[in-house]
Ligand binder design. Sequence first.
Ligand SMILES: NC(=O)C1=CN([C@@H]2O[C@H](COP(=O)(O)OP(=O)(O)OC[C@H]3O[C@@H](n4cnc5c(N)ncnc54)[C@H](O)[C@@H]3O)[C@@H](O)[C@H]2O)C=CC1
Length: 410
Amino acid sequence: MTDGKDYEQLLALHHAMQLRRSLRDGSPMAAPAPRRPTEYRERLADQRLLVASLEAVTSSADEVVRSFYAQLFLGRPYLRNLFPAGLRADSDRLFSALIGLAEALEKIHELVPVLEQLGRDHRKYGIRPAHYDAVRQALIGALEEHAGANWRPEYATAWTRAYDYAAGVMQAAEAASTDPPYWQGTIVTHERRYPDIAVLRIRTDVPYRYRAGQYATVEVPNQPRVWRPYSMATAPRPDGVLEFHVRAHELGQVSTELVHRARVGDTLRLGPPMGTAVVDTDEERPLLVVAGGTGLAPCRAVVEQVLTTQPGRPVQLVFAVRHTQELYDLPTLAALAERYRSLTLVPVVTEDPDFPGVKGEVPDLIAQSGPWHAHEVYLSGPPGLVHALDRVMRRMSVPPTQVHHDPAPA
Ligand SMILES: NC(=O)C1=CN([C@@H]2O[C@H](COP(=O)(O)OP(=O)(O)OC[C@H]3O[C@@H](n4cnc5c(N)ncnc54)[C@H](O)[C@@H]3O)[C@@H](O)[C@H]2O)C=CC1
């Protein structure tokens, strides 16, 4: 077997055999859907063991990730085809997500919806139940190898239980999903708004249902199996067209393709909607929405959703960029502010002394213009900005339940 196509053919064969067997036996084709695990009693004790097991590892993260993949692919070379060609230990997402379990177990109610989204999202990779077992073995094997004499058998028990709980939630969501594993999209407009920023509109083959504030992962034909997250930049629209704002990054293969090479008529694939920083339109608190650069995308969707469904609800939108010309979506935002009196738009430029409007560091400006404890707060942009604003909100006693942001996409 040499490439992903062979693997997909194998999967197709497997499904065909399942179908034949079910017709012959009269048994239902699909195995019964795994039930979502409801309880995880040992969770807090396991979490302490997970943290201790990570502390027992003395090697660098890159070395552990390399061992993880070596163990995963050993004897299972076909699994390599599920991953991008340029798999790099230093930017690995799967391993970071697995390690993230150690921390996330603490807030299981927040973790479960994220795992369910991940489970639905994994359908785009063609992942089978046996793959989950392989990943668990490789994870525990790699940690044990690098902990050496510090390893304790109870670490393996705790990792197995935590992992199997998470995998159970994911597989139950995966089995329950009636959506396609991915959507085929066609670019219907492509506008370069700044040398490295493009705004793309995409029509999908099957309607794409999402909530304002969510994101999709995108795969372009030239970079198979590399999926990158981009937020939908408008509230869901009757014509079903999706808008994305993309900034090309030097090392970003997908963003470079989308900004510099993509053309109207090109196709791409979209994973299911993800993200929990969505807007609740039953809520009535005023909104503070702070966006940095192309992090504007989910913010604009949230703002549009509120303006169109709750036109009297006050919204303050701060859109911060480094240079004046990077205010790439200002005309659209200004038109919204013109139409809806409840929207206050504050463009901020941080590195351009000639800008005639608001200038300065965004976290300082936000701290000085509060209080915000009675607001719902939405944050999106570079991770450093989001973290700094999150800290400002804590200092200003904004309840964490009123502060919304997803882990910043890379
Ligand atoms: N395209 C999309 O759909 C989405 C993008 N994002 C993220 O938004 C970011 C956008 O990046 P760029 O447009 O290059 O923004 P940028 O780096 O040009 O920064 C935008 C603004 O944030 C300020 N800023 C940046 N880092 C800061 C820090 N550590 N502390 C205080 N202020 C800071 C800058 O001064 C500037 O005013 C990316 O990290 C991207 O992953 C987030 C959600 C969705």
